[in-house]
Ligand binder design. Structure first.
Ligand code: NOJ
Length: 533
């Protein structure tokens, strides 16, 4: 290891693996994944070659939004297990060299959280101001035009106390009032609780919504909204009074200070942010005192086009503030799976892209075997968004992990799973383990290469040739150079290589060691990493 690379922190050199707990492994035959189930699969995760596991919420919750509606921030939902199961999970993860990252949901609680139960009990309750309450307009209608991300107005009426409460998401997810110092203190205490239990970092949910305009002004209409937006009705307005307010950054800085005083830079703070350019970069904080990594979602929704993606990478790199660490994501539990978006062939190219860019990658569970979106018929839909904004349900990307085709329910559960597993021929861990050309084999090799090559994990990024379906770039560190060349198309592509070298890896897994002098040919849907000799 070179001197320069020693200075990097684990999360800068590392790779994060996201687990959606309901869907990873069910140990008690209730059809829903749980902590003991995840714990039994940690060897698999470690064997992949990742460095950290991020668990989507496992806390007490009525599950209106599958755990993103928390009713006790320091309790585990019995469906997932107990605090002892959690401790066992952390101990095993750490023993295998894996860090543990938890989801942290500060913007809203469940309406069943005792804080909200108190808050809604009377207008003079001490917790009234912990949430965002507002009178109706004189005609009884909602206080202003603010919209919910889950469709419709962002206000819900409380019959008993005769006021509306604000909720950026589901009516069962009332927004906390982050202007209230008691709320802030109670919420940073949650971070302390989990860090004391061994947690290495957090992924902060929906952070853009933490603060709302104090004078409750209407959001302006979006002039680009054409009534059939590529996303959904939420984009009818520009949420300038409900999203990304300056106060949000103060709250993030508070969270960061809490982490820094509990283990320093070894603790990782990731923020869920769907923005680009300056607005995204603001989440690093004024002096890198915000998130270590505000999520970079460019590749989650990008058109799969070599030139466009190259332009995204360059714009992102150019916008990064001094000292800010980049990160990359191609899929998560809120968006269609990469293999469905770009196709099976290109999913390999996407994996090579994700794992060879500068910055920390996050892999969504199942993408390492090329899982595609599940086929979830309307009667089996579970996501509330599937009902409130038809066509935008997130169940397809949340289907159970496909362990094998020999046991029932893809080896996920002995009972009917909460979401269906595919029928017929489908990708499984077991089949791909025995196949040295599989997607799983590709992930393991990419992860091993990234670990072995500082140039790939912490090296510089320099764009190289980009034309038609070709995207190529050079990663360099301490005089070592690697060229990454990706063919986004179905035709052969040739490109010049600026050095003599050999192929370290091809997405087709059949060219390792091939000598390269001054050019290389890529087959359809092929990516290669060429190391300088
Ligand atoms: C973002 C989460 O990823 C999503 O699943 C959830 O529905 C919303 N935030 C609300 O918590």
């Amino acid at each position: 290891m070179s001197e320069a690379s020693k200075k990097h922190l684990w999360w800068q050199k590392g790779v994060v693996y996201q687990i959606y707990p309901r869907s990873f492994m069910d140990s008690n035959a209730d059809g829903i994944g749980d902590l003991p189930g995840i714990t039994t699969k940690l060897e698999y995760v470690a064997h992949l070659g990742v460095d950290a596991v991020w668990l989507s919420p496992i806390f007490s919750s009525p599950m209106a939004d599958f755990g993103y509606d928390v009713s006790d921030y320091t309790g585990i939902h019995p469906m997932f297990g107990t605090l002892e199961d959690f401790d066992a999970f952390v101990e095993k993860a750490h023993g295998l060299g894996l860090k543990v990252i938890l989801d942290y949901v500060p913007n809203h609680t469940s309406d069943e959280h005792p804080w909200f139960v108190e808050s809604r009990s009377s207008k003079v309750n001490p917790k009234r101001d912990w949430y965002v309450w507002r009178d109706a307009k004189p005609d009884g209608s909602v206080p202003n035009n603010w919209l919910s991300e889950f469709g419709g107005p962002a206000w819900s009426w409380d019959e008993k106390t005769g006021q509306y409460y604000y909720r950026a998401y589901h009516e069962k997810q009332p927004d906390l009032n982050w202007r209230n110092p008691e709320v802030r203190e109670a919420m940073v205490d949650v971070l302390r609780f989990w860090m004391d239990r061994g947690v290495d970092g957090f992924r902060v949910d929906a952070v853009n919504h933490l603060a709302e305009d104090e004078s409750f002004r209407d959001d302006p209409p979006n002039p680009d909204w054409d009534g059939k937006d590529s996303r959904h009705v939420y984009h009818r307005q520009i949420p300038i009074h409900t999203s990304n307010l300056p106060e949000t950054h103060e709250a993030v800085a508070d969270m960061r200070r809490t982490l820094d005083s509990h283990g320093g830079a070894e603790r990782l703070l990731i923020g869920e942010v769907y923005l680009s350019g300056e607005e995204l970069m603001a989440y690093y904080g004024v002096a890198n005192d915000g998130f270590h990594m505000p999520t970079n979602m460019e590749l989650v929704r990008a058109a799969w086009d070599a030139r466009k993606i190259s332009a995204y990478i360059e714009a992102y790199e150019a916008a990064l503030p001094e000292g800010a660490w980049p990160n990359w994501v191609v899929g998560n539990h809120d968006n269609p799976r990469i293999a469905s978006r770009v196709g099976k062939g290109q999913a390999r190219v996407a994996a090579m892209l994700l794992l060879t860019l500068r910055g920390t990658p996050t892999i969504y569970y199942g993408d390492e075997i090329g899982m595609t979106d599940g086929d979830v018929p309307p009667e089996l839909e579970r996501d509330p968004v599937a009902k409130s904004v038809p066509g935008f349900g997130r169940d397809p990307e949340r289907t159970p992990m496909q362990w094998n085709a020999t046991e029932k329910n893809a080896g996920f559960s002995d009972s009917e799973p909460w979401l269906p597993v595919p029928e017929g021929d489908f990708a499984t861990v077991e089949a791909q383990r025995g196949d040295s050309y599989s997607m799983l084999a590709l992930h393991r090799k990419l992860l091993a290469l990234r670990r072995a090559e500082d140039a790939l994990s912490v090296g510089s990024y320099s764009p190289s040739e980009v034309r038609d379906d070709l995207l190529s770039y050079i990663r360099g560190h301490d005089g070592r150079r690697l060229l990454v060349a990706l063919n986004f198309g179905e035709k052969d592509v040739d490109l010049d290589v600026p050095f003599r070298g050999r192929i370290s890896l091809s997405t087709h897994l059949d060219r390792e060691g091939e000598e390269v002098s001054d050019s290389v040919s890529l087959r359809p849907n092929e990516g290669v990493v060429v190391e300088e000799s």
